[in-house]
Design a protein around this ligand. Structure first.
Ligand SMILES: *[C@@H]1O[C@H](CO)[C@@H](O)[C@H](O)[C@H]1NC(C)=O
Ligand SMILES: *[C@@H]1O[C@H](CO)[C@@H](O)[C@H](O)[C@H]1NC(C)=O
Ligand SMILES: *[C@@H]1O[C@H](CO)[C@@H](O)[C@H](O)[C@H]1NC(C)=O
Ligand SMILES: *[C@@H]1O[C@H](CO)[C@@H](O)[C@H](O)[C@H]1NC(C)=O
Ligand SMILES: *[C@@H]1O[C@H](CO)[C@@H](O)[C@H](O)[C@H]1NC(C)=O
Ligand SMILES: *[C@@H]1O[C@H](CO)[C@@H](O)[C@H](O)[C@H]1NC(C)=O
Ligand SMILES: *[C@@H]1O[C@H](CO)[C@@H](O)[C@H](O)[C@H]1NC(C)=O
Length: 517
């Protein structure tokens, strides 16, 4: 959660909102549901994702509370229903049996005196417990806000009640007002939480605490801190074991761009090291590196399930234009990715169940200047020789936003170029297969190189359906699919799939045209 964006709105909120009784809360929830049901009818669907989570209406940013409870995965997100910009923040909610098919659920947390900033979810016995940052306005002059940690509980995975004993963590050891984004996990007999914060002289850092009951917390250590060049605030920390090492994944703010690196407004990346649960010391072994090299990736969160580590990110960024805002909504989450550690690099693969969405598979040779047409979605696996250039132009059939995906063998870099010098690029040394796997949704592309050692997530806003043209000097082997819709909207009352979309799927035709130059 980036703070500056919240300030103006927060100042208004402090005047307008007083504490809600539970009756008021029920009626506020019912009104909100009604509002969403009415408002969604006005949304222009042109950029709406078909298989990525997005808010039904209004604004979304960070994913929150990623968890597995009573047989379903749960995904929450920072949500402001009443505008396509941020505002007094709620928690939106979806659930899924398989990390691919997502069903929208009622808004889980509504702001009261506090805004419900980012946090996480864990299962304690029969209860799904959310721990989040209560962001409150305290004073009209600096520091004008106070951040403490709150709990909210549910025994049905839909209705959440805020804990009466909130806050459970009232302040950072140094009293910093920036104290947010709790990520909780259990190890042996204790719960642990990492929190993003900063030193008195504005260097980002991550704090570690533990608790035996999620309510009373003991401060343990600082597991990572900026040395002065690594940012003024470290947001959305996550800390977990992966293939024998410990990973501190977080979103530092305030890194200076350095060549190809750190070109987004804020970054997300990780430090690899080893950790000792007796000394609470995290020894850094490999310093910070970005986890995703695209234009739009922030505030990632992971969970562990059956020995696998899954990650999701906000498929967005602060302070960038969102063409979908005029349509009444903003923001989406990335595909869920399974992580593993190979050497000094986390590799990412789209969750396996993504192949369930494939339809109308085709394989063939795509010669230079040949193109493939899709409707709003597509998956493309591309094989070519890395001795020569690869270049794919991804664009709307009727124009609009476009991107060039390139491999330049001279410099050994993969490049995602949105035109007008809006370029992200990074070195790629394949550790296994040499192919690319590309996911197109109505306004996004995700490029997974090789085994997932290099990944780019970038929003692109085409006019009309997609066209992908081979601008390489070489013929590429391609495998293509249409991807089915996997997001189920909540209607006023029940959940059901959008009928007009089913018709669209029914009539869908993917044409493979090959034009020899
Ligand atoms: C939603 O349902 C409620 C009662 O079930 C009804 O009063 C309201 O008019 C409905 N709203 C919309 C937008 O359909
Ligand atoms: C909605 O966002 C616009 C653009 O930022 C702003 O001018 C307006 O005040 C916002 N309205 C509400 C209700 O937040
Ligand atoms: C608000 O902040 C100002 C300046 O720091 C301080 O003088 C004042 O006492 C504060 N007011 C309250 C109600 O805390
Ligand atoms: C925030 O509020 C808590 C009480 O809820 C208080 O203990 C803490 O000192 C406050 N922190 C700041 C930075 O004002
Ligand atoms: C962790 O630290 C304790 C105390 O220094 C030490 O006894 C133990 O061997 C360490 N564990 C590991 C796995 O290094
Ligand atoms: C600070 O840390 C970064 C990343 O670990 C490193 O590249 C840089 O050299 C360090 N700077 C100083 C002044 O120590
Ligand atoms: C790409 O290459 C991999 C192995 O190198 C192979 O398994 C796959 O079938 C190829 N795909 C296409 C579309 O040629």
């Amino acid at each position: 959660m980036a703070l500056l964006h919240q300030l103006a709105i927060s100042l208004c909120l402090v005047v307008a909102v007083s504490s809600q009784s539970s009756q008021d809360l029920e009626s506020a929830k019912a009104k909100l549901k009604e509002y969403i049901a009415k408002k969604r009818a006005d949304i222009n669907p042109r950029y709406r994702p078909h298989y990525h989570i997005a808010p039904p209406v209004g604004w979304m940013n960070d994913p929150n509370g990623f968890s597995y409870y009573k047989g379903e995965y749960h995904m929450f997100y920072q949500f402001y229903p009443y505008n396509a910009t941020t505002g007094p923040i709620h928690w939106g909610h979806s659930s899924s049996p398989n990390l691919v098919d997502w069903k929208e659920l009622p808004t889980a947390l509504l702001p009261d005196k506090e805004q419900c900033f980012s946090g996480s979810g864990v299962v304690d016995g029969d209860t799904l417990v959310l721990m989040y940052t209560a962001h409150e306005i305290t004073n009209a002059s600096a520091p004008i806000y106070n951040e403490t940690q709150f709990l909210a509980m549910s025994t049905d995975g839909v209705n959440f009640k805020k804990y009466e004993g909130n806050p459970v963590l009232a302040s950072a050891p140094n009293g910093s007002p920036d104290f947010r984004d709790p990520k909780v996990w259990k190890h042996e007999n204790y719960w642990y939480v990492v929190l993003g914060s900063k030193t008195d002289d504005n260097k980002g850092r991550v704090l570690l605490y533990r608790s035996s009951d999620l309510k009373s917390w003991e401060y343990l250590s600082v597991i990572g801190a900026s040395n002065g060049t690594m940012g003024y605030m470290w947001e959305c920390p996550d800390f977990f074991e992966l293939d024998g090492k410990f990973i501190l994944l977080m979103s530092p703010q305030g890194l200076e761009a350095q060549g190809d690196r750190y070109k987004n407004t804020h970054q997300t990346g990780y430090i690899i090291g080893s950790f000792n649960y007796t000394t609470f010391e995290f020894v850094h072994e490999v310093e910070f590196q970005e986890i995703d090299f695209g234009h739009d990736f922030y505030a990632s969160q992971t969970i562990d399930k059956d020995g696998k580590r899954y990650m999701v990110g906000w498929f967005g960024m602060w302070d960038v234009p969102y063409p979908e805002a005029v349509d009444g909504w903003v923001g989406t989450l990335t595909l869920i990715r399974e992580l593993s550690l190979v050497g000094n690099r986390i590799i990412q693969k789209p969750v396996e169940a993504m192949t369930k969405l494939r339809e109308q598979g085709k394989t063939g040779a795509l010669p230079p200047n040949g193109y493939i047409e899709f409707d709003k979605t597509g998956e493309i696996i591309v094989n070519g020789t890395l001795n020569q250039k690869i270049e794919l132009l991804i664009e709307g059939k009727q124009g609009g936003g476009k991107a060039w995906l390139k491999w330049d063998p001279e410099v050994g870099k993969v490049i995602v170029d949105r035109g007008s010098n809006d370029i992200r690029q990074v070195e790629w040394s394949p550790i296994g297969r040499h192919s690319w796997r590309i996911f197109l949704d109505a306004s996004s592309l995700e490029l997974f190189c090789g085994e997932g050692e290099v990944v780019f997530s970038s929003r692109v806003f085409p006019t009309g359906d997609w066209r992908v043209t081979n601008l390489s000097p070489q013929t590429l082997d391609v495998e293509t699919y249409h991807l089915k819709k996997s997001i189920t909207a909540m209607t006023n009352g029940s959940s059901c799939r959008d009928i007009s979309f089913s018709l669209l799927v029914f009539t869908f035709m993917m044409i493979l045209k090959q034009h020899f130059a």
